[in-house]
Design a protein around this ligand. Structure first.
Ligand code: ADP
Ligand code: UDP
Length: 236
């Protein structure tokens, strides 16, 4: 397998083509952004954490019946994945109110929710990823009814698997973002990443934040929080 030309450079990762048209390589950077790129910085070693943690999570999910894009970790920062056409949705699952939901609904961060919340944003930087509902998605053709049903039920199952796993290592999963894509052979799979960049993790007992909110909100101890999450899941 040969690494070929760069297909895309995003805010946190680069994507490279390979000599196999069904596969690509994702390469995780230390660059950190927040507020749709308006705040920029570097989190030393983040690329390694996010690559290794994502791969660990994808393998855990695969064991539990969730199809993912993961193929093989190549090194600390690079992973071979199935090439997908990304469904242009950010799928957000929430277990407690935080971030934009807490703000929008006037709820204190950490407020219990009576059931998990499934939310969608249209993936479009120019529009600041606007929130959309099922009928916007179907009307605009961002996904078909069949794909949306698959994505919704997979997201709820992923939430159950992840909540249980993180609770077992003393971490509360507050909320997280997922992306899905269609492989060259037509299957909808979980893609992108699962990391402290894309999840809110709170220590179960102290409620200390162990995720990118430390960078977003200038709380300090950013690298330490990412390293702590690696320790919790047994990768450090
Ligand atoms: P952004 O585009 O938001 O700045 P990243 O820096 O994380 O995000 O860039 C990674 C890009 O690669 C994202 O647009 C993501 O949707 C896309 N991507 C993730 N997994 C795959 C995959 N398996 N195949 C093709 N593209 C992918
Ligand atoms: N999230 C993400 N990428 C985004 C937007 C959100 O990974 O572009 C994650 C974020 O880390 C959090 C969850 O999705 O775990 C919910 O984010 P929220 O809508 O509260 O937005 P934020 O507070 O990050 O603006």
């Amino acid at each position: 397998m040969q690494k070929m030309e760069q297909m895309y450079e995003g805010k946190a990762k680069k994507v490279f083509a390979t000599d196999d048209p069904t596969l690509c390589i994702v390469s995780y950077k230390d660059d950190a952004t927040a507020f749709n790129g308006k705040k920029k910085g570097t989190i030393e070693g983040k690329g390694v954490v996010n690559n290794r943690m994502s791969n660990f999570m994808f393998q855990l999910l695969e064991k539990n019946g969730i199809p993912t894009h993961f193929v093989k970790e190549l090194n600390d920062r690079e992973t071979l994945v199935k090439k997908v056409t990304i469904v242009p949705l950010e799928v957000i699952m929430r277990n407690k109110a935080a971030g934009s939901m807490a703000k929008r609904l006037g709820l204190k961060e950490g407020t219990e929710l009576l059931c998990p919340v499934l939310e969608f944003s249209y993936k479009c930087d120019e529009l600041d990823d606007p929130m959309v509902n099922d009928s916007h998605i179907l009307a605009a053709g961002f996904a078909t009814k069949e794909d949306l049903d698959t994505i919704s039920s997979m997201s709820r199952k992923i939430n159950e698997i992840m909540c249980e796993f993180f609770a077992s290592v003393g971490v509360e999963l507050i909320d997280f973002k997922l992306e899905f894509g269609r492989t060259t052979d037509g299957q909808i799979v979980l893609a992108d990443e699962i990391s402290p960049d894309t999840c809110r993790f709170w220590d179960i007992h102290t409620h200390e934040k162990l995720d990118k909110d430390r960078f977003r909100r200038d709380l300090g101890g950013v690298e330490e929080a990412y390293a702590e999450m690696m320790k919790r899941i047994g990768l450090l």
